[in-house]
Write a protein that binds this ligand. Structure first.
Ligand code: GDP
Ligand code: FE
Ligand code: FE
Length: 203
């Protein structure tokens, strides 16, 4: 079913089949399977919440495109494109989305800033997130292979309250990072402040 979507909107200069070939070459089999699951969930959520299904397919498939790139590739892009130097204090977990979006733009030809922003924000969120960005953030978190305490609650929120779902994930990710003495990227904290107090009654 899912395989039947054909791209018409010129959001990417590739057919879905050509995009799948490029992703297969860039990713391990398990990561490739993950992005296809995220695509499927994202398309379903796009239909549910009334946003562009083709954009959801492309963003879902491309969100982890850069996940397996060596650190030096990200460092080069941060320098050449003069991205926030604060990024250099972090690593792959932050880079593959925030910096990876630049690789999706340059290497896969995606020009849609809506899709690129969804990729940029898929790990760390943002103060302002489009419906597409919220969907990719959540689809990545709840795709069927995810199994952690709270995933059922997150899946339930994704059915009826997208904003509360974003707040839920943001809170739990921050809790996890703190429990594990991990560094918190400033935007992750900003996302917490923008979403969690606002939705506290629904969590
Ligand atoms: P994945 O790429 O499909 O595995 O999922 P994500 O892109 O959402 O997450 C990648 C990793 O980044 C996860 O392990 C998150 O816990 C982690 N992460 C999210 N926010 C932060 C942050 O602010 N700092 C750090 N160090 N890690 C984070
Ligand atoms: Fe990711
Ligand atoms: Fe992912």
């Amino acid at each position: 079913m899912n395989d039947q979507i054909q791209y018409h909107e010129h959001l990417i200069p590739l057919t879905r089949e050509q995009l799948l070939d490029k992703l297969h070459a860039a990713l391990s089999d398990s990561r490739f399977a993950h992005v296809k699951r995220v695509e499927k969930v994202a398309m379903k959520m796009a239909k549910r919440f009334g946003t562009d299904v083709e954009a959801a397919s492309i963003a879902g498939l491309c969100h982890d495109y850069a996940k397996q790139r060596p650190d030096k590739d990200f460092i080069a892009v941060i320098k050449v494109k003069k991205l926030d130097p604060e990024l250099l204090n972090y690593g792959n977990a932050i880079w593959h989305g925030v910096v990876g979006a630049e690789m999706v733009k340059d290497e896969l030809g995606v020009q849609s800033e809506d899709i690129l922003d969804a990729i940029r924000q898929h790990t760390v969120g943002g103060t302002y997130m489009t419906k597409l960005a919220q969907i990719i953030y959540m689809a990545d978190y709840i795709e069927p292979a995810r199994d952690f305490e709270g995933v059922d609650r997150a899946r339930k929120l994704c059915k009826h309250d997208l904003g509360a779902a974003v707040a839920y994930q943001t809170k739990h990710t921050l809790e996890y990072l703190i429990d594990n003495n991990q560094p918190v990227y400033p935007q992750t904290l900003t996302t917490y402040n923008a979403w969690v107090p606002q939705y506290r009654k629904d969590l």
